[in-house]
Design a protein around this ligand. Structure first.
Ligand SMILES: [Mg+2]
Length: 381
């Protein structure tokens, strides 16, 4: 079996899919994307395809090695995400070729269902409470929300009180049996985090995510020691070596993205590295159905897995939806806040190829917002 054709599709809301076809007719799908830089990753996939065409798709690890290292320069979001999507597609093909789900190739399942969380949007405490109540009614046991919007470098007491009020509104709805995680999105600095986290601690967040930008990992130990709230990070880290410093700093949760951090092959290794530090895996996934399927295959087979992000029905994807690209949404059906293990071959989903080709005919050009402080200077989004 040889790889015969590699295609890419820029599909709304902001994703890039790749389709890898073999000369025997097997097709694997992957999701190589950096949100806001999808066209750049598409070009990287096209360059990497020069090597893959004509190769045996079943040599997944060999191809991962060549794709990540064979160009001399390595790492970074664009290359690591391009490799990630191709890696997902190769695992998809391997599973189908052997007639087993990917998690069987990873050593077999260690769990029967995967706990998932949903996002709650809203700016005011009342909006947060309403959104949280809707998710509780849908059976979710874990939610995540932005801890803050745009934040002053050293937040005022009023800004801090607003953050605490929003989280308190969610906690009041959730009670003590459900979890609320908080995403700082790298919007806070060390000074802000050290002020805010001790005040949030009584509300017992599940974890706080990206309390600092990834390039400030040298401060993570200070964040870990300033409050008992578990610290999570990793959606903007691209390989196992980049997770070492956060783990040494004492983070509790690592969040590699299956579409950014080298795919299934590398995220499995990141999970094993995290296990040696007693840290848990919660893959980042605000992406499409292929990235979610790849995340779930890892979750089914990884002992130190914690919880899975997913974006089905998320507030900021109005107009196009993860399930639109599937022939059958059944694998992603929620049961009591979980997704049950599914055992179809490969990644276990059937992509609606006609829908993907149709969507790809009007490629998106999604860009993230650029925020400014009141004085006009750049602010982290
Ligand atoms: Mg995040």
């Amino acid at each position: 079996m040889k790889i015969a054709r590699i295609e890419t599709f820029l599909v709304p809301p902001r994703w890039l899919f790749c389709r890898v076809e073999t000369d025997t007719g097997l097709v694997g799908w992957g999701e190589p994307v950096v949100e806001g830089r999808a066209e750049v990753v598409r070009t990287a996939v096209e360059v990497l395809a020069e090597y893959l065409l004509g190769e045996d798709p079943l040599r997944v690890e060999q191809h991962w090695q060549v794709l990540t290292k064979g160009g001399f320069y390595r790492g970074g979001p664009v290359l690591s995400s391009a490799v990630a999507g191709l890696d997902q597609a190769l695992w998809d093909i391997a599973g189908q070729a052997y007639g087993v789900p990917v998690h069987a190739l990873l050593g077999g399942p260690v769990r029967d269902r995967v706990r998932i969380y949903s996002w709650v949007g809203g700016d005011e405490p009342g909006e947060i409470a309403d959104a949280a109540a809707a998710q509780v009614a849908a059976g979710l046991t874990g939610l995540k929300m932005n801890a803050c919007g745009q934040l002053s470098p050293i937040p005022t007491p009023a800004e801090i009180d607003a953050v605490v009020a929003r989280v308190a509104a969610a906690r009041a709805v959730l009670g003590d049996e459900r979890d609320i995680a908080l995403d700082f999105h790298g919007r806070a600095g060390l000074a802000a985090v050290r002020r805010i986290l001790p005040e949030l601690a009584p509300l017992r967040p599940f974890f706080v995510e990206e309390p600092l930008l990834p390039d400030q990992a040298h401060h993570l130990r200070d964040v870990v020691t300033c409050s008992p709230v578990p610290v999570a990070t990793g959606e903007r880290l691209y390989g196992r070596s980049e997770f070492l410093a956060p783990l040494q700093a004492g983070v509790s949760v690592v969040q590699p993205d299956l579409s950014h951090a080298g795919g299934i092959s590398e995220v499995r290794r990141i999970a094993a590295l995290a296990e040696t530090y007693g840290a848990l895996l919660a893959p980042h996934c605000p992406l499409g159905p292929i990235a979610l399927a790849a995340s779930l295959q890892v979750a089914f087979a990884t002992p130190n897995f914690l919880i899975q992000e997913q974006s089905i029905g998320i507030h900021y994807h109005a107009g196009s939806e993860l399930l639109d690209y599937l022939v059958d949404p059944e694998p992603f059906r929620f049961v009591d806040g979980h997704i049950l293990r599914f055992d179809r071959p490969g990644l276990g989903i059937t992509i609606d190829e006609a829908a993907v080709r149709r969507a790809g005919e009007s490629p998106h050009a999604w860009r993230n917002p650029v925020w400014r402080h009141p004085d006009g200077s750049f602010a982290e989004w």
